[in-house]
Ligand binder design. Sequence first.
Ligand code: ADP
Ligand code: TRP
Length: 322
Amino acid sequence: MKRVLTGIQPSGALHLGNYFGSIKQMKDLQDDSDLFIFIANYHALTSLKDGNALKENTLDCAINFLALGIDPEKSTFYAQSDVKEVLELYWILSGYTPMGLLERAHSYKDKVAKGIGANHSLFSYPVLMAADILLYDAQVVPVGKDQIQHVEMTRDIAQKFNNDFGDILTIPEFKVAQDVQTVPGLDGAKMSKSYGNTIDIFSSEKQLKKTVGKVVTDSTALEDPKDWSTCNVFALAKLYLDEDGQEELKKRYEKGGEGYGHFKMYLKELIWDYYAEAREKREHYLNNKSEVYDILESGAKKARKIARAKMEIIRDAVGIYR
Ligand code: ADP
Ligand code: TRP
């Protein structure tokens, strides 16, 4: 079984795009790979300077992923900061990371261009990400398009290290999910926190109804046939329907006699029902937070065992005496 590893930024509420673009894939991966999945809370320090908020986001992130079906029995689920070895490896790898490599990083350049103050952690972020991956001999790293370059940098860094010390580090491959559609937001553009066009997975029923009400539609009259192929409501509903369900909905569009309000109501029901079990689990974990910390600790135990064994080899190679 391949070792697959991915990190998640603990950054607030999850939306439908996150679910179909990422979480659903992770759920599939835990069934047929040796999945390592961690909350990248050290990485979050580059953007979040509020200690209480970071603690809360970390716990919230763990709860949301557990609620949505990440199974700690099937995967190794942990918080990045529970395995301190990653910071030691980060330092060692820094010596194999040319400045030019980091200076070319799009994500760093984009952030600086947006006026986010350049500091060292933002700049060296890809080295920490390399440490996350190399510490566990990950073979495959599933990422969104924006993260491909970081995995390529990881490969470069690992090659440089191996040139000096032999084949100690496993060179990882990145994997961009192929069949994942971009989930549209309320306005039809890519659903994203940064565009303010999201539908959150865990909003209240009332809020969900309100948000779905904001999905942009055209002004075809209620009695007229409607074009499902260009409709944002249909594009979202489709995610929750099998082929028969989609055909049925297409017919309702083509027939006329129903307004967008009806279709939005239907969409709201689809979303609400789909996450019913996740909501229940989330409630459970919110009321039993110590259970969540226990789960993270047992994940960290598994991860630390591997990390420690790997670090012994790496330390020995570079000459750190213990
Ligand atoms: P956001 O754009 O809201 O900030 P993130 O960048 O935090 O979202 O994305 C986290 C994960 O969710 C990534 O793997 C990303 O590819 C996926 N994702 C986010 N938005 C979408 C979307 N609209 N459609 C498909 N996948 C998405
Ligand atoms: N940088 C990733 C993101 O912003 C999160 C991350 C941190 C990660 N370390 C990782 C992803 C290691 C994959 C592997 O989404």
